[in-house]
Design a protein around this ligand. Structure first.
Ligand SMILES: Cc1ncc(COP(=O)(O)O)c(C=O)c1O
Length: 345
């Protein structure tokens, strides 16, 4: 195992030894190539550079209490990548190819899988881009599928469940009702870069988007889904324009296991005055408690139209959900939903 300062890792990139890639050309995928060269010389006319022909995934791999290496729900990521690629009319790898290449790149970088005792994990970033030269606006006919691996900590280093603030800027939309919001494509993230920069410069951890039709319903954060706990009910937005989060889906199952009621429905921002616990959830953030949501008419304004405040610590029900998810990922709980794929390395 590499001698890294695991406790100092945050959610940022650390160079590992290998990436893996395969290219689709003339109707077939090339054999996967493990390489130490992290650059790839493709044409400056590639569709990914001009027309956003790009989709990606994010998943995590853990060293368990028994020393075994566990990958969390990779089939779900594979299926979601295929769905995103379909939206871009880009050739995607099969579920089998996605998983085979994921296992290969984990094994090649196994020395970077953090020790069990830490809160860190090995993050995998599968990326699918259109690479053939083109000028006209059309989908790419040749694609490249790459998987990178980087050890990561949480957004707060080795501390977990550190509460953060969020802001709503009603003058920025993330996705239109019939648009691309439910796909994990680069274009959705491009939309959020500028307002995120403003929110971060104002000291907020997160940017919370409302639906672009009524400007009143909670959609999701730029980086993650939203869920709240109201009494014994887990509530999370139902919308055609948010990413179907694998973490959120897992949490809904676990909430039911714990005897909670689960509601996936429209959630007006004003309902935040009545909820007990608010959180962001996703592979990168796991569960991050939200301690305040500031609602602004214009993100750039100093004034806040209305604030919703929550406890400055993770709520008890959210904490139980967190412990379950981490328990599956780290092997301290029995994998009763069959969510774990063991990696032989
Ligand atoms: C916009 C957005 N929503 C939600 C999520 C959470 O999805 P998942 O739980 O599958 O990581 C992510 C990624 O982590 C995201 O980028």
């Amino acid at each position: 195992m590499k001698n890294l300062e695991w406790g100092k890792l945050s959610f940022s990139y650390t160079k590992t030894d290998y990436i893996i890639y395969s290219t689709f050309k003339d109707g077939k995928w090339s054999a996967p190539v493990l390489t130490k060269d992290f650059t790839y010389p493709f044409s400056v006319y590639a569709g990914v550079l001009h027309y956003g022909s790009s989709c990606f995934e994010g998943m995590k791999c853990f060293r368990g209490v028994d020393g075994k290496v566990r990958l969390f729900r990779p089939e779900e990521n594979a299926k979601r990548l295929i769905r995103s690629a379909k939206f871009l009319d880009l050739q995607a790898p099969s579920v089998e190819q996605f998983i085979e290449m994921s296992l290969m790149v984990i094994k090649a970088n196994s020395e970077y899988i953090p020790p069990y005792e830490t809160t860190a994990s090995l993050y995998l970033r599968p990326l699918l881009v259109g690479v053939n030269p083109q000028l006209g606006i059309r989908s790419s006919s040749e694609s490249m599928f790459i998987i990178m691996a980087s050890p990561v900590g949480t957004y707060s280093g080795d501390r977990i469940l550190v509460p953060g603030t969020a802001v709503v800027g009603r003058n920025y939309d993330r996705a239109a009702p019939n648009g691309s919001g439910s796909y994990k494509i680069g274009a959705n993230y491009a939309q959020s870069l500028h307002p995120y920069n403003i929110a971060h410069a104002q000291g907020y951890r997160e940017l919370l988007f409302l639906d672009s039709k009524t400007n009143s319903l909670i959609e999701e954060f730029g980086s993650s889904n939203f869920f709240a706990v109201k009494g014994n009910t887990y509530i999370t937005p139902k919308s055609p324009s948010i990413l179907p989060s694998i973490t959120n889906a897992s949490l809904r199952t676990v909430a039911e296991d714990l005897g909670m009621k689960v509601e996936m429905r429209e959630i007006p921002l004003t309902e935040m005055a009545e909820v007990d616990e608010a959180n962001s959830c996703g592979t990168a953030v796991v569960i991050t408690p939200i301690c305040r949501i500031d609602d602004k008419v214009h993100l750039e304004d100093e004034q806040v139209a209305r604030s919703y405040t929550f406890a400055n610590e993770c709520g008890p029900k959210s904490r139980k959900l967190y412990d379950q998810i981490i328990g599956f990922q780290k092997g301290t709980l029995e994998d009763r939903h069959n969510w774990i794929m063991f990696v032989d390395c």
